[in-house]
Design a protein around this ligand. Structure first.
Ligand code: ADP
Ligand code: MG
Length: 368
């Protein structure tokens, strides 16, 4: 089954004084795995509901395969759905649950038998046709819901926090399954989650949402490496937010590390005054000072052992008033024995790894 394109064109949805979606604009390519990621209340479900036709938008247009679907009722939009609340019919067998969308479409008995068998094979539940939902585990029930959503070969599949109710181990297993289904089916998937790890692992592209708007839409790598704003930097992965201020003549000052640096070096690294995002893994131990890096001494606080990686809460030692907490992460290795709480360590980072994330950050000018 080939995937269809999906377009949100300046879609707005208001509930009284609440604007759930504000000029929501997005083009999803055929066959793309697009994830809506954002905190609770950011408009993710509303975006899916207006696309599915469960909710009428206050303004804007929605297109599937290049055609507006605004005038179509939900059942004619040909969307597969796995919603958290869209549970199995408890009084029907696995077979009947999966056959349901085909019966609605009045397919022939032989075609139903063949398609249900294929869908159950794909989710590895062949042989369980006769079971009732209550005789299945949580993961198996989610697989049946998935089979039911794709059995009629929809060009677009919507999934709203489909793994939210599963425990961590099962959730990770199901994430791999969903990747496999997507590869096998080739349909367009719009997936909703508030779990950034899940979004990074699954998606071709992620739309980061906040207050009914898209804060950034890009590939997982681009969003992680080049967050467009402080909101995105803090939402995706862990980060340190640093503040760059004007220093004495010809210099700038990095508040959190109590460091003063030359204007030229800061300009060369693309820094601007305001907030900078520095990923914890960009901080490393240093022996000798490097010209294009910031060095500082820190005291180790909490130590989080994460297996291959160790995460440290560190307190920068400088003028005591400006000592700050930062997080620092590194791989374990022969050169980097695990530090202990209270250890003193010399750390540093490259200037170019501190990314400007403040929309109105002021550019650096040669004069002070
Ligand atoms: P998310 O799925 O990201 O958690 P929603 O799309 O469910 O967010 O909600 C977005 C905003 O719209 C929230 O402020 C929510 O309270 C509001 N909202 C959603 N549905 C309704 C509704 N039926 N009536 C009133 N407000 C609603
Ligand atoms: Mg929701």
């Amino acid at each position: 089954m080939a995937g269809a394109s999906v377009s949100f064109r300046r879609v707005t949805k208001r509930y009284g004084a609440v604007t759930a979606l504000a000029d929501f604009d997005l083009e999803v390519a055929p066959g793309e795995f697009m994830t809506f990621l954002g905190p609770s209340g950011s408009g993710k479900t509303t975006a899916l509901n207006v696309l599915a036709g469960f909710v009428d938008p206050s303004g804007g247009d929605l297109l599937i395969g290049g055609k507006s679907v605004l005038a179509l009722p939900p059942e004619h939009r040909q969307l597969g759905m796995v919603f958290q609340s869209y549970t199995l019919f408890p009084h029907m067998t696995v077979f009947e649950n999966v056959a349901f969308p085909l019966r609605l479409r009045r397919e022939a008995k032989a075609a139903i038998a063949r398609k249900v068998a294929a869908a159950l094979e794909m989710v590895r539940l062949g042989g369980l046709e006769g079971r009732m939902p209550k005789e299945l585990s949580g993961g198996q029930r989610q697989r049946v819901a998935f089979a039911r959503a794709v059995v009629f070969e929809p060009p677009v599949l919507l999934m709203d926090e489909p793994l939210g109710a599963l425990d961590l181990k099962l959730r990770e297993a199901m994430q791999l399954e969903i990747k496999r289904y997507h590869n096998e089916l080739g349909c367009t998937i719009i997936f909703v989650t508030h779990d950034q790890g899940e979004a990074l692992a699954l998606s071709d592209r992620i739309a980061i949402m906040g207050e009914g708007r898209i804060a950034q839409v890009d590939t997982p790598e681009a969003i992680y490496d080049r967050p467009a704003s402080r909101y995105v930097a803090e939402f995706i992965g862990k980060t340190n937010i640093l503040t760059l201020t004007q220093g004495p003549s010809g210099t700038v000052h990095l508040v959190e590390t109590a460091s003063t640096l030359g204007m030229e070096a800061a300009q060369a690294a693309g820094l601007v005054l305001g907030a900078l995002s520095l990923r914890p893994e960009k901080i490393h131990r240093v022996q000798t000072n490097q010209p294009d890096s910031i060095d500082f001494t820190a005291k180790v606080g909490e130590v989080l052992f994460l297996g291959d990686i160790v995460q440290y809460d560190i307190r920068v030692e400088g003028t005591s008033a400006e000592a700050r907490h930062l997080i620092f992460q590194e791989h374990r290795g022969p050169q980097t024995p695990i530090l202990k709480r209270g250890d003193q360590v010399r750390l540093g980072f490259q200037l170019r790894d501190a990314l400007p994330v403040q929309a109105d950050g002021s550019p650096l000018t040669a004069q002070d």
